[in-house]
Design a protein around this ligand. Structure first.
Ligand code: GLN
Ligand code: ZN
Length: 766
């Protein structure tokens, strides 16, 4: 009898690739932070984590999930797997051996002595993972304690779980070289790492695991021929093992392309495919080997909040059943990217609410779709559609004729300013500045007092005018500080912003905010992305009163601060009923009005931040040109309405911008600030070869570190910059906003920055 049809074995059936883990009321997040602050013990933290896992598994089982993922993490799932296989830098080994829990957190957060692992974005999401360091001397080892513990825990609850691990190929694909000299690629170590996974699998099988999920999201990126072969070889070896659980290789975040056939040719029992983000069914039809596999069909969107059109998806399932040995219904990716439960949201418009599904609702959808398969009933009218009863109102809540009419007057690609050579002299006479002008990226420290004032306003303990007076005081404080330090272009400090996206979302039609809609950003850091559900419209000026207040306090130029259209999408849950580019244009039009109001109010310098420009970059090269075209177009629509004499600045939060350099150039901002301090101005090579002509502010102060740079450190960085670019193009600024730092650090660092700029100005040799 075929394994797949053997009735003594449980099929995967309805499942999800992963479940949220911060706690429905962020209990886990808080427990982790209290553990760090020594307010609770390790046992108390573990008890909280255990309760969270039990609740998650029970909830999923009650909703009809027949296979439960062991996807919990106290900090990050990549770190969990790295620790499991010993892919950790030698500096942390003694700590891990002495106390696994504090060693684990030390890897994530560093110690007084050792820098933590680097953190970076998880594919094209807003989740951040810790980057494993794998070098020639990394000694892999097998310690699956976490997964073993969860198997036991679940068994005690009468449940069986499927351990979820990052697969060996993706783990190394995500890692960076851990060799001191940067030589050797992590993937060079794949065969040895697979040996360790084989040990892990044997241990999990002995502990009773029937299935193991190995996440291979890297399979949806453009793999080289040799990477394809690496992937195949790894799974051929894992599959050939005698003692192992059944293997479920999960690809997600896009179309696996040729990697699907590679995986299907190995002995893995199940393969996961993301059927939400554009994998064509033809792709599956072209892989006959799927006929002997379980296809884990990711038809419910794991990373956005819209209800699934069950009728449409159930008819796709009918087709899929002909293409695979068995079909198991699932989410497109882990649900860690969405909030827990829509029923917690009392404040949402009931129509809007009826279009949404959070994790809890999504497991219901998965179960309903699996029932379609088991009952053989597809696409009948009894299957609820996504629109439900709300059809009519859905359209009217979503569409604004006025926005559409206005946008029709701005054809895509038509927004352009006159050439920079013409703007530049006018800007120089409108706002005279010295060479190497000094400025900041926008925010100043978000102090406890500011956050408390906001909490009091929300709770009704203070009224709006008291709150606003408090913000105006803060702005005055920030202006005086910048004057004392001697900065050339000042900012108001953004004290009124809880978050650079949420703040604007709260002031735009078409966006809704949730009350409990938290999702993990990294470790214990959570964000509450707003929901962009309808046509975006501005009802009036948003930031003008803050910027004009700041300008009224000083003769020095004040730079106004806005969040750009791409970033407004990247950090929100965005409607999926129209192309992203169309939505970006609507946001851009609202920002264009804000830019115009700022300009009329006398602000001569306006910065539009796009820190997420690279994050939304499609994973496949073939999709990038299209994305960059609409992203650039939206930025220009927002910023091209100003006079030649008005300076447009932009800010991007990274230094490796090679992939998007042409697009950054095409934004046509008069001044661009980028992160550069940590990489010691490496970005200048790219800028040089691109023959950069406009202003550039390569960051000279690493704001991610509590360390305050000396003026010598900064002078040194600036000298490198002046060797690469004419000094009249160079601006002097930190890497990013200062909101996470203390006033003490900021004041000292800004003094050092101004001292360095002045020294260099006086130093004729540059
Ligand atoms: N203006 C924002 C700030 O200074 C920019 C933040 C960002 O780039 N992420 O905080
Ligand atoms: Zn930044």
């Amino acid at each position: 009898m075929n394994e797949l049809t053997d009735p003594t074995r449980t099929p995967l059936g309805a499942t999800v690739l992963g479940y949220p883990r911060i706690g429905r009321r962020r209990e886990v997040k808080r427990a982790v932070e209290r553990y760090w602050a020594d307010a609770i013990s390790a046992e108390e933290l573990q008890a909280c984590a255990r309760a969270e896992r039990a609740t998650g598994w029970r909830t999923m089982a009650a909703a009809g999930m027949t296979s439960l993922p062991g996807s919990f993490s106290l900090y990050d799932h990549v770190l969990d797997t790295a620790v499991m296989v010993g892919a950790v830098p030698p500096r942390f080994r003694p700590l891990l051996e002495e106390d696994p829990l504090s060693g684990y957190f030390a890897l994530a957060r560093g110690t007084a002595e050792f820098a933590p692992l680097e953190m970076t974005k998880w594919f094209d999401t807003n989740y951040h993972y810790l980057v494993p360091e794998v070098g020639a001397d990394t000694a892999f080892s097998c310690s699956p304690d976490k997964a073993l513990g969860e198997l036991t825990e679940a068994a005690e609850l009468g449940l069986s779980v499927r351990p979820v691990l990052v697969g060996p190929f993706s783990l190394l694909w995500l890692a960076k070289s851990g060799s001191a000299d940067g030589s050797g690629q992590p993937l060079d170590r794949l065969d040895e790492l697979v040996d360790t996974y084989l040990e892990v699998l044997a241990r999990l099988r002995d502990a009773g695991a029937e299935w193991v999920q190995l996440d291979e999201p890297a399979a949806v990126t453009d793999l080289t021929g040799s990477q394809q072969r690496d992937l195949s070889r790894a799974y051929a070896r894992l599959g050939a093992a005698a003692a192992r659980p059944k293997l479920f290789a999960a690809t997600y975040f896009g179309d696996p392309g040729d990697a699907l056939a590679s995986l299907a040719d190995t002995p893995v029992e199940a393969i996961g495919v993301d059927l939400v983000s554009g994998t064509p069914l033809d792709r599956l039809a072209a892989v006959p080997a799927l006929q002997s596999k379980v296809l884990v069909a990711g038809v419910v969107d794991g990373r956005n909040v819209w209800r699934t059109d069950l009728r449409q998806q159930s008819s796709r399932l009918a087709t899929l059943m002909g293409l695979a040995g068995q079909v198991s219904v699932s989410t497109s990716c882990s649900l860690l990217h969405v909030p827990y439960d829509l029923r917690d949201e009392d404040g949402l418009d009931p129509d809007l609410k009826s279009w949404l599904a959070f994790a809890e609702e999504k497991i219901g959808e998965v179960a309903a779709l699996q029932r379609c398969i088991s009952e053989g009933v597809f696409a009948t009218p009894s299957v609820r559609t996504a629109e439900g009863e709300a059809d009519g109102s859905r359209a009217s809540l979503r569409r604004s004729a006025a926005v559409r009419e206005r946008l029709s007057h701005h054809t895509p690609g038509s927004s352009r300013r006159p050439p920079y050579a013409q703007r530049q002299p006018q800007q120089a006479s409108a706002v005279p500045l010295p060479d190497l002008p000094t400025t900041t990226i926008g925010s100043f420290p978000q102090t406890t007092e500011l956050r408390t004032a906001r909490a009091h306003l929300r709770a009704g303990r203070i009224d709006t005018s008291t709150y606003e007076a408090r913000m105006r005081e803060e702005i005055e404080h920030v202006i005086r500080l910048q004057e004392d330090v001697g900065l050339d272009v000042l900012v108001h400090g953004e004290p009124e912003r809880n978050d650079m996206v949420q703040y604007f979302a709260e002031h735009l039609h078409g966006y809704a905010a949730t009350t409990h809609g938290w999702v993990q950003s990294y470790g214990s850091r959570c964000v509450k992305p707003p929901i962009l559900y309808g046509d975006v419209e501005r009802s009036g000026p948003i930031t003008v009163r803050w910027s004009t207040h700041a300008q009224s306090l000083t003769p020095r130029p004040v730079k106004a601060m806005l969040t750009g259209p791409v970033t407004m999408l990247a950090w929100s849950f965005v409607r999926d009923d129209q192309p992203l580019g169309d939505t970006a244009r609507q946001v851009a039009l609202a920002l264009r009005d804000e830019v115009a109001d700022l300009e009329s109010a006398g602000l001569r310098i306006i910065q539009v931040d796009e820190p997420a420009l690279r994050e939304l970059l499609p994973l496949r090269a073939a999709d990038r040109a299209d994305y960059l075209e609409w992203a650039v177009d939206a930025f220009r629509l927002a910023t091209s309405g100003v006079a030649d004499s008005t300076q447009i600045h932009t800010h991007l939060c990274y230094s490796e911008f090679g992939d998007v350099l042409t697009a950054i150039d095409a934004l046509d901002a008069d001044v661009t600030s980028l992160e550069a301090a940590r990489s010691r101005m490496e970005l200048l090579d790219g800028v040089l070869s691109a023959q950069w002509t406009r202003g550039l502010g390569p960051g000279v102060y690493d704001i991610h570190s509590p360390r305050v740079p000396t003026s010598e450190d900064i002078t040194d960085l600036l000298r490198r910059a002046t060797q690469a670019l004419p000094r009249h193009q160079i601006w002097v600024n930190p890497d990013c906003g200062l909101k996470t730092r203390t006033y003490e650090q900021v004041t000292a660092a800004l003094h050092a920055m101004v001292t360095a700029a002045e020294a260099l100005r006086n130093d004729a040799s540059g």
